[in-house]
Write a protein that binds this ligand. Structure first.
Ligand code: GDG
Length: 497
């Protein structure tokens, strides 16, 4: 049986995520300072964190750093220490070299190592223990993402008084793929500790429910899953007589498509300095007729190679010319110690070099490739300068870049080319939807975007903007938390039928 705590902590609302929402920076006087990292998640949760007695549990981002809890910009930070070996096995290993490729439809081969799993289990335990220690009686805990899928179950076992939410930012794979995971039952069991499990797309939620049925035989109906209250009875719960005798808890698994802080992007786009920078970018690129843009973490899920290949073929076939059409690719550094990412970088940079060698001129570079991160102002200036935005992911939970591009285009101009394998495609139907594996189809869509009449660009962009401005990240967090309030086992609002 789960043990009940007697002395609870002080926080009523706790976010548990792999990373704290701050980055460590060195001040001008050489001192160590924290800067809030401007993710949408922080923006969405800031009001909730301030309104309630809130805390954020996460890793500060460097190995072997032991830091006492601190407050930054009104948010209480609860740092969790990861050793060099935790970073290697839990983060780079199990999270980013097992779960990440598996959950993105095995675009790259996942590695299964028992010592990585052990580290994943141990680090999940560390995060859970911190939440268990600091949560007030009846608190709400919102756990985020694939790195921490065991935490909901650990919380449920130790603290049945808590209301527990989980949101998965990346896809959840079809059972045929998920079944590869040697620890599939433990992962599903961990997630089922939550009252509400949120996914980006309804297909992800259905994939999860199917895994629950296949692995545990629990009853699922629409977005609801019935889970036996006593975890010790999991194994017998499949048979109908046993099910009847057990007390059931209702878990909701459904989609809550995440969004961006649309208003802050729209505001940045209105800034005269940002607008001036956009004009300057065009000029620096030699005022081409069409600027195409890709912005991604350098990741094999993003389809960067596919779009560069398509662009190169259009040049080779003479359908476009280097003087009039430039491709700008920002590939921000990511997971640089994981072998697959090192190989991907080499491959992309080889291809870029070849295309530039073949087609570049003294005045015109074909692919302007940058392997850096940029401040948000520069990103927005790039979005404003780009006539065509290329989002060609092979699989992506949502893809916020697509939404950011749309949010800044208050001029109702610009064309979004969007992979149908992104969560964003479920909503942004007025984009040019493409299959990135179909290079000829992608090339045709690029040509269609380049040649699209202004009236059609306006019509499409208007419709896209309506979707993104109406559904921002605050609405997303509110709808998740509302569902959580309604479906909490511990809360009086729960109607468990
Ligand atoms: C995961 C899921 C899901 C990128 N380079 C720079 C920079 N960025 C910003 C973008 C955007 C964010 O990073 C990337 O978000 P995405 O959604 O495109 O992709 P992931 O990082 O893979 O995120 C994804 C997301 O979680 C949220 O749930 O949508 O599917 O994979 O905001 O603008 N920002 C700055 N400089 C850069 O160089 N400032």
């Amino acid at each position: 049986m789960a043990s009940r705590r007697t002395n609870s902590g002080e926080f009523d609302f706790i976010v548990v995520a792999n990373r704290l929402p701050v980055d460590s920076v060195t001040g001008s006087d050489g001192s160590q300072q924290w800067r809030l990292s401007p993710g949408g998640l922080v923006t969405a949760l800031e009001p909730v964190m301030r309104g309630a007695e809130g805390a954020w549990i996460g890793w500060p981002g460097a190995a072997d750093v032991e830091i006492e809890p601190f407050e930054h910009d009104g948010i209480k930070m609860e740092p969790v220490t990861l050793s060099e070996s935790d970073v290697e096995c839990y983060y780079e290993g199990f999270s980013n070299d097992t779960l990440w490729p598996l959950y993105h439809d095995v675009i790259a081969q996942p590695s299964y190592h028992r010592e990585w799993w052990d580290a994943y289990l141990a680090v999940n335990r560390r995060f859970a223990d911190r939440a268990i220690a600091i949560a007030a009686e009846g608190a709400t805990v919102w756990v985020h993402d694939y790195q921490l899928q065991l935490v909901p179950g650990m919380l449920r076992d130790a603290r049945p008084d808590l209301t527990i939410g989980f949101f998965n930012h990346i896809p959840f794979p079809a059972y045929g793929l998920f079944a590869q995971l040697p620890w599939r039952k433990q992962i599903v069991r961990g997630l089922l500790g939550a009252d509400v499990i949120g996914f980006q797309r309804s297909a992800d939620a259905s994939n999860f429910s199917r895994a629950v049925r296949r692995l545990y035989g629990f009853e699922t109906k629409g977005t609801r899953i019935w889970v036996p209250q006593d975890p010790g009875n999991d194994s017998q719960a499949g048979s109908p007589p046993a099910r009847k005798a057990l007390k059931m808890r209702r878990v909701v698994a459904r989609h809550f498509p995440i969004s961006i802080d649309s208003a802050s992007y729209a505001k940045l786009a209105d800034d005269p300095d940002v607008k001036a920078r956009a004009a300057e970018i065009r000029k620096e690129l030699g005022n081409p007729r069409t600027i195409m843009l890709g912005v991604d973490r350098l990741d094999y899920t993003k389809g960067i190679r596919h779009r560069i290949k398509a662009y190169g073929e259009l040049l080779r076939e003479g359908r476009i010319e280097v003087e009039s059409t430039t491709l700008v690719q920002v590939a921000s550094p990511s997971r640089e110690r994981v072998a697959t990412y090192i190989a991907l970088r080499d491959e992309i940079e080889r291809t870029v070099g070849r295309i530039n060698g073949d087609f570049g001129t003294i005045g015109h570079t074909a692919v302007v490739y940058m392997h850096h991160g940029y401040p948000r102002e520069e990103m927005v200036a790039l979005y404003l300068a780009a006539d065509v935005m290329l989002v060609t992911a092979l699989r992506d939970g949502m893809n916020l870049v697509a939404k950011e591009y749309v949010a800044v285009r208050s001029d109702n101009d610009g064309v979004l080319i969007l992979s149908e394998f992104t969560g964003a495609a479920d909503d942004l139907k007025q984009a040019l939807l493409i299959n990135p594996h179909d290079i000829d189809g992608l090339k045709d869509a690029m040509m269609q975007a380049i040649e699209m009449p202004a009236a059609e660009r306006r019509r499409r962009m208007r419709a896209l903007r309506r979707r993104v401005l109406e559904n921002d990240v605050t609405k997303w967090s509110q709808s998740f938390l509302e569902e959580l309030r309604h479906n909490s086992t511990a809360s009086p609002l729960a109607e468990h039928k």
